[in-house]
Ligand binder design. Structure first.
Ligand code: GRF
Length: 218
């Protein structure tokens, strides 16, 4: 009968036991991605590790931020020869392939404008989070992104807005809410001025949400 002996592994410096490999999905400037990269650098991500950044748009600044941080950065653009739901699904399947190849444990939609659909939603159930610039369930759903959201908030005469991080399910902006940060609407707000104040809160919210998820998934 063989006896089992404990194996001693050399511990790499800075290696966190609860290491969760994260894929960040982006579409634009990537200031939320930067908040995550900075948090990881400062050891504030609870062992979360941004392992790959994928953009659905070529040439966006978020990709440069990833490269500057030494994180692999790829573009996976929607295939314009396919229409409607199939286009979403085809892009989602490519992202799922990448997630599996990179052994990703958590997918973070940090300013990602495409909608994920199909198998990735089941395979990564409870492991995909999205950041939305309103207090969901208000002002969410298909077509509600960027300035459109803030314009709708002002037109509705809301006294407050904010941002939400939620788990992604098969709907659009419908998954369980993880956390929200609130921002008062000022009488002289424009969609742009409101967006700026909410953006600052997003940077805090996304880091907080990733920490919660890393702890939960470890
Ligand atoms: C944020 O307002 C986010 O809520 C929305 O897209 C914007 C992305 O900003 N989904 P950035 O690219 O992280 O600077």
């Amino acid at each position: 009968m063989w006896k089992l002996h404990p194996v001693h592994m050399p511990k790499k410096p800075g290696y966190a036991l609860n290491n969760i490999r994260i894929m960040a999905l982006v579409s634009g400037g990537g200031s939320n991605l930067q908040a995550l990269l900075d948090a990881e650098k400062n050891g504030a991500l609870e062992g979360g590790n941004i392992s790959i950044v994928v953009s659905d748009r070529p040439g966006v600044y978020a990709l440069e931020r990833a490269q500057a941080a030494g994180v692999p950065a790829l573009t996976a653009a929607p295939d314009k020869t396919i229409s409607g739901k199939l286009r979403r699904q085809e892009l989602s399947d490519r992202i799922l392939d990448l997630a599996e190849t990179y052994r990703i444990g958590l997918i973070v939609l940090a300013g990602f404008l495409s909608i994920l659909a199909g198998e990735i939603i089941q395979r990564y159930s409870g492991k995909i989070i999205n950041l939305h610039p309103s207090l969901l369930p208000k002002f969410g759903g298909d077509g509600m992104y960027g300035e459109r959201v803030h314009r709708a908030v002002l037109e509705a005469g809301e006294k407050e807005s904010g941002c939400t991080v939620h788990l992604v399910d098969a709907g659009t902006d419908t998954g369980p809410i993880l956390l929200q940060r609130r921002v008062p609407v000022q009488p002289d707000d424009t969609p742009g001025s409101l967006a700026v104040r909410i953006h600052k809160q997003e940077h805090i919210a996304i880091v907080e949400a990733v920490k919660i998820m890393v702890q939960k998934l470890s």
